[in-house]
Design a protein. Structure first.
Length: 261
């Protein structure tokens, strides 16, 4: 066999072996993308929710449902009067979400919360201790018994002032509280004969009784919520707001006695 023929034969064999090797050897896997949780859209970390005191029971339930849907996220909630929370947010409190009991206090933090959305409504009732020892029946009765009210700058206080003014009733409050929870606590403890609180505050309570006053439907508080512009966990904050506005979140609020937005 000539040298040239032998060379061609060797080259052909080499090509055949290379083809077999490439066919039998699997391709190397592509390198895994970094940050698998982020790439799959999973949420993680803590979302700091600042919410009006009247939202505590329903937002605790919403937080539990949200955490079940997003197991990598922990909801940390702060509840107080909306005016107090708005002041804290304006001073740089590390909130991711703000849910106010009225639009007035949300407007105080427009720079931090540029896109609020109303998610619920609420009205006032007269709360009295169980058994109604003061014999309260109407708003006019609040002028003759020991009555506690929310402070005027708090949403429930502003709503109370409007309700009483509409009814032509003047009340000298025994105390002015910074959130509606404090009003209800004093009434439940019989430290007062009556107080004006939200309808949602008395749902499921057996230590107080509620009287729906005339004109209550004309004074409706609208509750806005917003993810804050400088949220430390913006993705989780946006997801929490979306959950509150979802059918599941709205059902939880409705079960607690809130009105639809």
């Amino acid at each position: 066999m000539s040298r040239s023929v032998r060379l061609l034969a060797l080259l052909g064999a080499a090509a055949f072996l290379a083809g077999c090797a490439s066919a039998s050897t699997p391709a190397a896997p592509a390198p895994a993308a970094s940050g698998s949780a982020a790439s799959s859209g999973e949420l993680s970390g803590t979302v700091e929710v600042y919410a009006a005191a009247s939202l505590q029971r329903s937002f605790d339930e919403i937080a539990t449902a949200f955490e079940q849907e997003h197991p990598g996220v922990t909801v940390s909630a702060v509840y107080d009067g909306s005016s107090t929370l708005a002041t804290q947010i304006g001073e740089g409190a590390p909130a991711d979400v703000f849910a106010s009991a009225d639009e007035k206090n949300m407007a105080k933090v427009t720079a931090q919360a540029p896109d609020p959305q109303v998610f619920a409504g609420n009205t006032l009732v007269i709360a009295v201790p169980k058994g109604n020892p003061g014999g309260v029946r109407t708003l006019a009765d609040l002028a003759r018994v020991t009555t506690v009210l929310c402070a005027p700058e708090v949403p429930c206080g502003a709503a109370s002032a409007t309700l009483l003014s509409n009814a032509g009733v003047s009340v000298s409050a025994a105390s002015s509280e910074q959130n509606v929870t404090a009003v209800l606590t004093k009434v439940a403890a019989s430290e007062a004969d009556a107080g004006l609180v939200y309808a949602t505050d008395v749902v499921g309570r057996d230590d107080v009784e509620a009287i729906v006053p005339e004109g209550a439907d004309a004074v409706v508080n609208r509750y806005p919520i917003a993810a804050l512009a400088e949220a430390q966990n913006p993705d989780a904050a946006s997801a929490f707001v979306t959950f509150v506005l979802s059918d599941e979140g709205q059902q939880i609020l409705a079960d607690a006695g809130f009105r639809a937005p």
